[in-house]
Design a binder for this molecule. Structure first.
Ligand code: NAG
Ligand code: NAG
Ligand code: NAG
Ligand code: NAG
Ligand code: NAG
Length: 466
């Protein structure tokens, strides 16, 4: 099927799902507050979570120090869960917090991630463990699970309960994990890349296989998929399918050609709410590039034989598949798109939005204000160590219809919180909402922890159940 037909069909489907409301256009990259790389999606308890690593601005190498988590229920508004694991989690690690993946088993979450083992200087794979998906993860072992200077772990549990950990670059290794997920039986073994199954390499290096790194292994409808980064460098994404977790593999071709401004790429493939998604990274944010990457996502449909269509990197990304309830408390760090703001750990739990200057904004998509007159008021949980400012609420664009404007006072500290409430009008139906921050003071204006609309008048906040 041609991509245009595919997209058209998907749009029809989604329009029906969204009750005929206007389909919002999502935007790639999905995170704009920081540089992110190596997406590892997982669906848990109705939410889609995406673990990433974290590039620092102006990097000249992959000197990363922590791992981040974001989640969504609609594919466009992403909730920032902050740092869930870092090099400090592993007292044996010295550098390079690189691509990992989380899996759930035994009512726990296991985070397999590569990092430099300080004592040997080699790349090793550690395991973080947590009772909740959002962490924080702690070192499960106190030492590496595996160490052979290769990276990019991907983990998968077959239907018979056997778990496999694969890792790579430039070879492809695997080990059978025990049920406890933090030990293994047998020795690490190599999957032979030079026999058929991984495609021929483009270019002039002396490797016969296209395989390079970043394997992502899963099973779907009885087919085993191994999606990987190929042809270093710049990389593209290719895949092979197998009849078992260790092959034999049958090479299928390119999923995403070499594109964008990052010379690496890294796949993460998952189904969510009946749709299939391909996560990857490029260098598409301002200042971005090979060491300042950002995670993006595309919607795709498997062909009837289970093969995957070729995709390009796009700026539109995946369409929205659900709406957001503005009458529930929503975190300020739930963001479809933003300009200028940052997030930080909040003294009241979770994160807050900070570093707000005049003219910065956050866009939230698909806000369902409902019928009738819709919302009459809105509350914001805010703080300001300076003189505060104003939160304007606009529909559809930064300069779109103004619903209202809330004055944010000084609270005497960046973590001294108060709830302000003000009137809004014209908020009904399903809308893209822009919180536009304005102020005349010097320095940052204020921080925002959460917001909530109400159908009642302002000044009488409902009891807060959180
Ligand atoms: C990155 O480099 C740009 C251009 O040199 C500079 O303006 C910016 O402050 C740097 N950012 C950081 C975080 O160092
Ligand atoms: C990052 O790594 C490169 C290469 O090892 C090194 O030259 C650079 O100083 C490092 N930067 C930071 C911020 O650690
Ligand atoms: C892969 O298979 C080829 C052909 O049988 C063999 O020559 C090579 O040694 C094998 N490599 C590994 C790593 O097992
Ligand atoms: C490829 O192999 C040739 C012949 O053995 C060798 O001279 C050359 O350095 C190799 N190139 C690379 C990139 O390893
Ligand atoms: C990807 O982009 C290329 C170049 O613009 C175009 O020829 C190709 O049809 C696109 N592929 C898909 C699947 O959209």
């Amino acid at each position: 099927m041609r991509a245009s037909q595919l997209l058209f069909r998907s749009l029809l489907c989604l329009s029906a799902l969204l009750d005929g409301s206007e389909l919002a256009r999502a935007e790639n990259p999905i995170i704009q507050t920081i540089y992110t790389a190596d997406p590892a999606p997982i669906v848990y308890d109705g939410r889609l979570y995406c673990f990433t690593d974290h590039d620092m601005p102006n990097s000249t190498f992959f000197n990363m120090t922590d791992w981040r988590l974001f989640s969504t229920m609609d594919m466009v508004n992403w909730l920032d869960h902050g740092t869930v694991m870092s090099l400090k989690t592993f007292n044996w690690a010295s550098a390079n917090a690189w691509a990992g993946q989380v899996i759930s088993r035994n009512e726990k979450f296991y985070y397999y991630a590569p990092m430099t083992h300080g004592a040997t200087g080699a790349m090793a794979i550690g395991v973080g463990i947590s009772d909740t998906i959002t962490g924080p993860y702690v070192d499960a072992l106190g030492h590496p699970l595996l160490e052979n200077n290769e990276i990019d772990p991907t983990v998968f549990i077959d239907d018979d309960g056997q778990a496999y950990l694969y890792w790579a670059n430039p070879d492809l290794w695997y080990v059978k994990l025990n049920e406890d997920m933090i030990s293994y039986t047998g020795s690490p073994a190599q999957i032979n890349l030079t026999v058929a199954g991984f495609g021929a390499r483009e270019g002039s290096e002396n490797r016969t296989t296209s395989f390079e790194e970043g394997p992502w292994v899963y099973k779907r409808n009885g087919i085993y998929y191994n999606i990987y980064a190929a042809d270093c460098c710049a990389e593209n994404i290719r895949y092979t399918i197998g009849t078992g977790p260790l092959g034999p593999w049958n090479y299928q071709g390119i999923i995403m050609p070499t594109q964008g401004s990052s010379f690496t790429n890294h796949p993460g493939v998952i189904d969510y709410k009946g749709y299939s998604y391909f996560f990857y990274h490029d260098g598409a944010l301002p200042g971005g590039g090979g060491f300042d990457r950002s995670v993006a996502v595309e919607l795709f449909t498997y062909n009837s034989d289970g093969t995957i269509p070729e995709m390009n990197m796009t700026k539109t990304g995946a369409p929205r598949i659900d709406t957001l309830d503005p009458y529930q408390r929503q975190e300020a760090e739930l963001i479809a798109w933003e300009v200028g703001v940052s997030t930080e750990v909040c003294s009241e739990g979770g994160l807050d939005v900070c570093n707000i200057n005049h003219g910065d904004y956050i866009k939230v998509e698909g806000v369902n204000f409902g019928g009738g007159k819709g919302a009459k008021s809105v509350e914001f949980r805010v703080s300001s160590a300076t003189s505060g400012g104003t939160i304007e609420m606009h529909l559809s664009s930064v300069g779109g219809t103004l619903l209202g404007a809330c004055t944010i006072p000084s609270t005497g500290g960046w973590q001294t919180w108060t709830t302000v409430s003000c009137a809004v009008s014209g908020a009904s139906g399903i809308q893209d909402l822009y919180f536009v921050y304005t102020g005349t003071g010097t320095g940052y204006l204020f921080n925002v922890n959460w917001w909530r609309f109400s159908k009642g008048k302002p000044g009488k906040p409902r009891p807060i159940f959180t």
